[in-house]
Design a protein around this ligand. Structure first.
Ligand code: PAF
Length: 287
């Protein structure tokens, strides 16, 4: 495995798969890498803690940094190249004057609580797409709004790449894997389980329609007062608008809550209406 800190030589041909990360790698990242490894000639992992996507009051300074363990995980997963640039490689002139705008889809849900977050994400994703020269980019469904916006950027701005989504990886008890889980105390972790339990309760009611899903999920969250819920929504997967009560079809049940000092998010794709139920992802093959 090679490691690079400056721009990468273009690959000779074939599929070049890229998994972008901010480090603090876990089994969720390993699954992304394995999925990429099965399909591509070359697999690149980027490790870059992108300051542009953190607000002034967010957790950039305390974000977990585990570079040596990250490299070891990449080596075990058969990664060909780790691209771990320093900020001056990605942003040689400091904060970029020109940025990608996420537009209205970037202002709702996560964007409502984290203004400018998705502009920062899309700007670095666009840059890392160029700097790596990848042809297929693998992202987790856990960050569903990020995934949707990356797909939109690729389509709206004609990036000649494929985006592949991979289902959320969960701990045995249902907790969605996240680098931020390392912030949770043992007691917090127990409380955090209400997110995945609420989503599972909602998904179990999918055949009964939107009100039943919302009711079932809300009941689980209400029973856990130590989780401070930011939002619980049942939305259309591409418009992120609340689905009306009569709706049947694909939908996303998404939740964000603060547990202790940690903000957690999770979601479950599902098919609503008769014959409905949980879905893995909307589209595993990519745009
Ligand atoms: O999902 C993440 O870890 C980050 O948002 C990403 C896509 C690597 C961009 O910094």
């Amino acid at each position: 495995m090679k490691a690079a800190r400056a721009a990468i030589e273009p690959a000779a041909g074939g599929e070049v798969a890229v998994v972008m990360t901010m480090g603090a790698l876990h089994e969720g990242h390993a699954t992304l890498i394995r999925t990429a490894r099965e399909r591509a000639e070359q697999v690149i992992v980027t490790i870059f803690l992108n300051p542009l996507q953190f607000g002034p009051k967010e957790d950039l300074s305390r974000y977990p940094r585990t570079f040596d363990a990250d490299l070891a995980l990449c080596r075990r997963q058969g990664v060909d190249l780790v691209f771990a640039p320093t900020p001056d490689v990605v942003y040689p002139d400091g904060d970029p004057g020109v940025r990608v705008s996420a537009g209205p889809l970037g202002d709702v849900l996560e964007g409502a609580s984290r203004p400018g977050h998705f502009d920062g994400v899309l700007t670095v994703v666009a840059k890392l797409m160029h700097l790596t020269g990848g042809t297929a980019f693998y992202f987790g469904q856990k960050d569903a709004q990020q995934l949707l916006l990356i797909r939109r950027m690729v389509r709206d701005l004609d990036f000649p790449v494929r985006v592949v989504s991979v289902p959320t990886v969960r701990e045995d008890d249902g907790l969605a894997m996240s680098s931020r889980n390392t912030y949770l105390s043992e007691a917090d972790r127990e409380v955090a389980l209400c997110l995945s339990r609420a989503l599972a309760a909602g998904a179990a009611a999918a055949a009964e329609g939107p009100s039943a899903v919302r009711r079932a999920a809300r009941a689980v969250l209400v029973a856990e007062p130590l989780a401070l819920v930011d939002y619980l929504v049942l939305v259309h997967p591409t418009t992120l608008k609340d689905v009306p009560e009569w709706y049947s079809g694909e939908a996303l049940l998404a939740v964000a809550a603060k547990v202790g000092t940690t903000r957690l998010i999770d979601n479950r794709p599902m098919l609503l209406g008769p014959g409905g139920g949980p879905l893995e992802v909307f589209d595993g093959t990519g745009a």
